[in-house]
Design a protein around this ligand. Structure first.
Ligand SMILES: [Zn+2]
Length: 487
């Protein structure tokens, strides 16, 4: 049989279009039970590939089979039009620093062109649908509806502003998504810093030794590869279940995790005698002094501390780490954020005001040395996050973001999470495990959740990043680099 499909297929599809086949089928099917396939729209960036083809053809088979089974089966194609990949394309072509309105115009025009190209290819695949009236996230009607939905959330008092640490590029002067972070090797200063214990009696009590054993100032030792975060230090975290030792050395009394003490002392070129051992939980609330500012830095607990590197005590600056931030929220610590958009300390910051964080690193190390707080300074070559555009090192930094509270009761008494759970409960799932998967997202307060805002696992959901062509909600991003136990 000679199919001659390369020639005949386009003819059939053209005929479907000319005869308005989809519209005529829908008219014929009017009044039958409805079957609506809600399509997860492709992104309006680049020509279609085999992934698009498989996805669209499988969905088309479903819609057509439901039509033949006697349903009024509708299919409205759609496109996701907002976000960073499109902005990146425009910046590649037109350069950076484009004025806001012009930027949005260019992004809109680019997305529109991509949609037309993809649409022609989808039609060519034989997919039947309402191609004249597609759903686009950049339709003004859709955008207005999103604003209306947001206003409902605002009216219920669920919209609030807060700080959240994000990956930050000083050259972009903007937050980066996870996909925009690359890892390259970089030399960082690795320092061991002693925080003096303020209350000797409380320390003796925590370790169960007589106060006379604490005859010199004891220091709790942290290890960090980011000295520039020390000005924002607000606490030192220990693991509640690790053993910590009070050790007499020729350099004074030190507090170190038992599992790491030996290698720490070797690093300091020191030997020591263990006076006593205590569980981390016993040290909670013990007041330390900041190594160069006149303020307290308490010991607090965190089960994310590891005994792999460092000292087993973790310097904590709530503005500069995800774990740090959560610990700060738990203990009501201040989220100092002295670093500006371009990577310089605020002018008013004592000792290091106006300096870039990279220039401040050696100055901070000098200050620690002068004050007798520096136990060791080495250079560490490690994998460090960089900006994919600028190839420059980035930092993790708190920025102001808008949030939607998932666990705050609204004006009708229910929380958004409860409403989402109800909606899941009232839905029949095929296959049934789909419900369990969605239910897990609702149930956990910490689990990673890929679903959008209506079922987010997070207690509060970040709704805006500082981008110019986006009004979409998205769940809070994860940190680029886990620095557990390493800073
Ligand atoms: Zn950058």
């Amino acid at each position: 049989m000679k199919g001659d499909l390369a020639r005949r297929e386009p003819g059939w599809i053209k005929a479907w279009q000319e005869r308005r086949l989809y519209q005529r089928i829908r008219e014929t099917a009017r009044g039958r039970p409805k079957f609506v396939l809600h399509d997860g729209p492709p992104y309006a960036n680049g020509d279609i590939h085999i992934g698009h083809a498989v996805n669209k053809i499988l969905k088309d088979v479903i819609v057509k089979s439901k039509l033949l089974a006697g349903f009024d089966a509708a299919y409205t194609p759609g496109w996701d039009c907002h976000g960073l990949p499109i902005e990146h394309q425009i910046e590649k072509k037109h350069g950076r620093g484009i004025e806001g309105n012009r930027m949005r115009q260019l992004c809109r025009a680019y997305a529109a062109e991509q949609i037309e190209r993809q649409k022609a290819d989808f039609i060519r695949l034989g997919v039947l649908g309402d191609w004249d009236n597609p759903y686009k996230t950049m339709n003004f009607q859709t955008e207005a509806d999103e604003i209306r939905a947001l206003s409902q959330i605002w009216k219920q008092g669920l919209l609030f502003r807060g700080l959240k640490p994000v990956n930050w590029c000083f050259d972009c002067r903007s937050a980066l998504a996870e996909a925009e972070v690359e890892y390259e090797d970089r030399d960082s200063p690795a320092i061991d810093v002693g925080f003096p214990v303020a209350d000797a009696a409380r320390l003796a009590n925590a370790f169960g030794v007589p106060e006379s054993s604490v005859d010199r100032v004891a220091r709790a030792v942290i290890w960090t590869t980011t000295p520039w975060t020390l000005p924002a230090n607000r606490a030192v975290v220990v693991h509640p279940e690790f053993d910590y030792q009070l050790i007499r050395t020729d350099g004074g009394l030190l507090i170190l995790a038992a599992a790491l003490a030996e290698q720490c002392l070797a690093r300091y070129g020191s030997v020591g005698e263990v006076i006593a051992t205590a569980r981390g939980a016993a040290l909670e609330g013990l007041e330390l002094r900041h190594p160069f500012y006149d303020r307290a830095s308490p010991i607090v607990l965190g089960s994310y501390v590891t005994a792999e590197t460092g000292t087993g005590l973790v310097h904590t600056a709530p503005a500069y780490g995800a774990d740090d931030y959560q610990t700060g929220r738990r203990y009501g610590l201040e989220t100092d954020n002295p670093v500006g958009d371009a990577g310089r300390f605020a002018e008013l910051l004592p000792l290091f005001g106006g300096m870039s964080v990279w220039d401040a690193n050696p100055k901070i190390i000098d200050t620690l040395r002068e004050r007798g707080a520096l136990l060791k300074h080495a250079t560490l070559r490690h994998s460090y996050p960089h900006c994919w555009r600028h190839k420059t090192p980035i930092i993790f930094r708190a920025t102001t973001q808008w949030f939607i509270g998932m666990d705050k009761p609204g004006s009708k008494g229910s929380t958004l999470r409860e409403l989402a759970r109800q909606a899941v409960a009232n839905t029949t799932f095929y296959p049934a495990w789909g419900r369990a998967r969605l239910g897990r997202c609702h149930g956990s307060a910490t689990g990673a959740c890929r679903f959008r805002f209506s079922c987010t696992a997070k207690p509060r959901n970040c709704i805006r990043r500082p981008k110019r062509f986006s009004i979409r909600s998205r769940s809070a991003s994860k940190p680029a680099a886990s620095r557990r136990g390493s800073r």
